[in-house]
Design a protein around this ligand. Structure first.
Ligand code: TYM
Length: 334
């Protein structure tokens, strides 16, 4: 029965606590997809080494990400929830795929250029071939759906290119993977200061973490950039105001949003009230996840068993694929 379900794969780097972008771009979809599909979700610990070579906090961060995934509603009995480094076949497939990836296209990748800018003293080969490793993660399970945020769109496009090249050269082994969101479009959760997406590495005060306490959430939301409000009816919203409405869409009720939309259109909006409402709705959304994650995070035994169980499921699927791959490439001498 499980063999017939479509396969889903995704991952999150353990580079800190999860934030609202990770939740709405990725984890929310994971939780929905676990009911319908055969799912492989992992902590991308190997990917984090490309930018975070110091591993003092790695174990803690891996535990955090696992705990937060479970606290958000992921059920380790329904999905394979595992660590990337526990599935060694990933490294093997990554190596084969590297022969099909060209330096020029890797250098043009937006995330590579961004990270090279952020870490100019550590522009390593792992960073350059980051999308190749990500492709290996995905196609190792022959997944077709990859729930991710908008920032991962280019990586998925590259994954399809690598798959096409592999299939063309060695035979049709892999289906083409696609970025997935239950809505129409991939999501980009904006940062609170209105400057791009919410992220772990940019302005910390503009990022809402699933681990933030109630006061911190209120403080961050109240500090979000606003202005004195529109003076003409139905004025187009500046970016930073549109962002606040977008955040409201994620956590507030339809009535609340409608009321503030109407106030905006009639030039009666009071941003102080809007931010207070948004802060309270955000607290109501984040607090139960934070509390649950805290309890799981400190339960080492539970997490160890979870990782073992996840790795076992993932390895089984990985091994079946890697055997096909070795055979297809011609690495079968006896
Ligand atoms: P990472 O760890 O940066 O982010 C994890 C997930 O969160 C999404 N995300 C966002 N979505 C919407 N708005 C935002 N502001 C926002 N910020 C982050 C990301 O799109 C992602 O879905 N390369 C991946 C990790 C990875 C992976 C994979 C993903 C490794 N192997 C295989 C899918 C399949 C990454 O860096 O995600």
């Amino acid at each position: 029965m499980s063999g017939k379900r479509s396969i889903v794969m995704s991952g999150i780097r353990p580079t800190g606590f999860l934030h609202l972008g990770n939740y709405f771009g990725a984890v929310r979809n994971y939780v929905k997809m676990q009911e319908e599909f055969e799912c492989f979700f992992m902590v991308a610990d190997l990917h984090s080494l490309t930018t975070h070579p110091d591993t003092k906090e790695l174990k803690l961060n891996v535990q955090r990400v696992l705990a937060e995934n479970v606290a958000c509603g992921l059920d380790p009995d329904k999905v394979a929830l595992y660590c990337q480094s526990h599935v060694h076949e990933t490294a093997e497939l990554y190596l084969y795929l590297n022969m099909l990836a060209y330096k020029g296209e890797l250098e043009k990748t937006v995330t590579f250029k961004d990270k090279a800018r952020q870490h100019p003293d550590n522009v390593n080969a792992g960073l350059l071939t980051y999308p190749v490793l990500q492709t290996a993660d995905i196609i190792l399970h022959r997944a077709i759906y990859v729930p991710v945020g908008k920032d991962q769109e280019q990586h998925l496009e590259m994954a399809r290119n690598f798959v096409q090249r592999f299939n063309h050269r060695y035979g049709e082994i892999f289906p083409e993977p696609n970025a997935f969101n239950f809505g129409e479009e991939l999501i980009k959760v904006p940062s609170l200061d209105g400057s791009g997406k919410m992220s772990k590495s940019e302005n910390q005060y503009a990022t809402l973490y699933l681990s933030d306490d109630d006061e911190m959430i209120r403080k961050k939301v109240m500090k979000a950039k606003t202005d004195s409000g529109p003076t003409e009816p139905r004025t187009e919203k500046p970016d930073y105001i549109a962002n606040l409405f977008q955040l409201m869409q994620l956590v507030s009720s339809a009535d609340t949003i409608q009321q503030f939309e109407a106030d905006y259109d009639n030039c009666r909006i009071r941003y102080g009230d809007m931010k207070k409402q948004l802060a309270e709705d955000m607290v109501r959304f984040i607090a139960p996840i934070r509390e649950k994650a805290e309890a799981i995070r400190t339960d080492e035994k539970y997490l160890r068993e979870l990782m073992e169980k996840g790795a076992e499921k993932a390895r089984k699927s990985a091994l079946a694929t890697i055997e096909l791959v070795r055979e297809a490439i011609g690495l079968n001498y006896y």
